[in-house]
Design a protein around this ligand. Structure first.
Ligand code: GTP
Ligand code: MG
Length: 571
């Protein structure tokens, strides 16, 4: 598989490719050369996702293949808090007594950590056997054993002695300043969108850390439910994650049930004695309540545990200090898992999808249209569905409708969850590429124009059919839940937030239209193109523009459109 920068380019139209420079992939530390280096270079794609365009012939992995591979990899991995920076060579030599190390990296987050992946799971078991519970000091330690360890030096380095140089892997998104420099130095708006994606997308290491954190939480939950699985979902795995995004996890207890079915053959049926409660919801609340307590009392590095059990979808929220992730743990949430798989398919079908979603998400964040605090704001999930819908509406379309994906499904793809048909084709290789070659620049501008003029007052967004439908209720923004079709995923959005979205979309379309008319010759130090829509200095510029009455912007947009229509009829 091609490196990240190259992969991004392969699916782009020629015009964008010729104007876009290829950047070096981010630095990766490897413990053993040769096979591991080659593997990692191949795996440099985030989330095990496929960064190919429609023309790429490389077989693409299914969502569950990626999940299973990553889970198995996480089980061979330990997380080690190092009190001091250590000599990398000595550290690896010490750990190698337990078996060959496949790869490792160091990072900093409220301390200094190492992620070490062994070639075999047995090596982890061997290491754990040699690991001891800390001796009691003034505080008492709860003797909980996990794969999150601490490394102490028996003879700490003397004061003033030089700390060993260790290369740290970056887990953070770029600063505004760096981003500004990169975007301003880009050669085209297409280049800017690709640069933004490259800087913000989850790195290979960050993805590993997400699966490792889920695996550590699974070990804790397994104390109660030995065959359970804790699976990451949402933007950590759906190809749309950005560095710094939360880690959504799903405690899957159905794996236990699947094993039970295999056991019960023959005439006798033996069942476990269990306690019954009045509903699934109560069962979910009880399970999460106990797991929440467990995380709070015993979970190494799990802090600020909140049990939010009365939400529509009950959850336990906590911070995992060592990874720096804000975590949400749910159970009985299979539809959200299926939505993640669907988004994974859309994100992997065409290289432009992720670049466009990333820019729209960053744009929305820069203008406070989205927020990490729950409220009347549009969510990233809704924005992603809006981009998918927009790409289904292009002519020719860039993405197929969910109904089309359902038609392509085989028998083994069939899936019904709580009475909702969640069937769609899961093998990406069987989906025929579509022939649209529009550039990212055109798509971004048209996205803003499309939603700047969308009839939100009467129409609903529906990716199942890929066309607008009459709104079934009076919510300001109606985006049909792809699987629970009677639900609106943006029910929380109020009229004033929708209005802000529409105005900003119109203004952004207008800014990009001006860029095109003025034809700046990049690279430039002045924010231009995407930078003019994203950076704080732009928010100030925007204030100047905001003084323009919105009617004026509308009429400007109208005149621009008329000009385009007139020139189109003349050609
Ligand atoms: P960020 O965390 O903001 O990066 O994006 P995200 O896609 O992970 O969103 P979020 O953490 O809010 O939700 C996690 C996942 O839950 C989403 O990807 C969806 O699969 C699912 N989800 C979120 N909101 C809704 C909703 O309103 N309806 C449904 N059906 N699923 C949702
Ligand atoms: Mg999330």
């Amino acid at each position: 598989m091609a490196g990240r920068g190259v992969g991004l380019l392969t699916g782009l139209p020629l015009r964008a490719q010729t104007r876009t420079r290829i950047r070096c992939p981010a630095f990766i530390r490897l413990s053993c050369a040769g096979t591991v280096a080659a593997d990692l270079r191949r795996e440099e794609q985030p989330s095990g996702s496929v960064e190919t365009g429609s023309k790429d012939k490389t077989p693409k992995k299914t969502f569950s293949e990626v999940q299973n591979e990553r889970r198995e990899q996480a089980q061979r991995t330990v997380l080690i808090h190092c009190q001091n920076k250590v000599s990398e060579r000595k550290f690896l030599k010490y750990l190698s007594q337990h078996g060959r190390i496949h790869s490792h990296f160091f990072y900093e987050s409220f301390g200094f950590y190492a992620v070490v992946e062994f070639c075999q799971k047995d090596s982890v078991d061997s290491l754990l056997k040699r690991t001891q519970t800390p001796a009691h000091g003034t505080e008492a330690a709860i003797p909980f054993r996990s794969r999150f360890l601490s490394l102490k030096l028996r003879s700490p380095p003397s004061q003033g002695s030089e700390q060993p140089q260790v290369l740290l892997n970056n887990q953070l998104p770029p600063s505004n300043r760096k981003l500004s420099e990169l975007l301003c130095a880009a050669e085209s708006i297409d280049d800017q969108l690709n640069t933004l994606l490259k800087e913000f997308q989850l790195t290979e290491e960050n993805t590993r850390l997400r699966y490792l954190t889920s695996s550590l939480i699974e070990d804790i939950a397994a104390a109660y439910f030995p065959d359970c699985r804790v699976k990451p979902f949402g933007s950590s795995v759906n190809t749309f994650g950005k560095l710094g995004c939360d880690l959504d996890m799903f405690l899957d207890l159905d794996e236990t049930k699947k094993l039970d079915i295999q056991k019960n053959k023959g005439n006798f049926l033996i069942e476990f004695q269990v306690k019954n409660v009045a509903s699934e919801r109560i069962a979910t609340q009880k399970i999460l309540s106990v797991i929440g307590e467990c995380l709070d009392h015993f979970g190494p590095g799990c802090v600020s545990v909140q049990k939010i059990l009365h939400a529509r979808c009950p959850l336990v929220r906590f911070s995992h200090q060592a990874s720096g992730f804000q975590c949400d743990l749910t159970t009985n949430n299979r539809i959200a898992m299926k939505s993640s798989e669907l988004l994974y398919i859309y994100g992997s079908l065409d290289a432009r999808v992720r670049a466009l979603v990333c820019s729209v998400r960053c744009w929305a964040r820069a203008h406070s249209l989205t927020s990490s605090i729950p409220g009347a704001w549009i969510t990233n999930f809704s924005l992603t569905v809006m981009v998918i819908f927009f790409l289904q509406r292009r002519s020719p379309p860039i993405l197929p409708t969910l109904d089309t994906l359902m038609t392509l499904a085989d028998e083994e793809d069939e899936c019904v969850i709580e009475g909702n048909n969640c069937t769609f084709i899961r093998d990406l290789n069987k989906i025929k590429p579509l022939e649209n070659t529009e550039s990212l620049e055109v798509l971004l501008k048209e996205f803003f124009e499309y939603f700047g003029n969308f009839a939100f007052n009467k129409n609903s967004i529906n990716i199942r059919q890929g066309r607008e439908q009459n709104k079934p209720d009076s919510s300001p923004l109606h985006i049909q839940n792809p699987f629970e079709t009677s639900l609106n995923i943006s029910k929380n959005v109020n009229q004033s937030q929708l209005q802000r979205f529409v105005e900003l979309a119109r203004e952004s379309a207008w800014v990009l239209q001006q860029e095109e008319a003025a034809a700046p010759c990049p690279p430039s130090k002045q924010p231009w193109g995407l930078a003019a829509l994203l950076l704080p200095s732009i928010a100030q510029n925007k204030k100047v523009q905001k003084k323009l009455p919105s009617e004026r912007i509308k009429s400007l947009l109208e005149s621009v459109k008329n000009n385009i229509a007139r020139s189109a009829t003349h050609t």
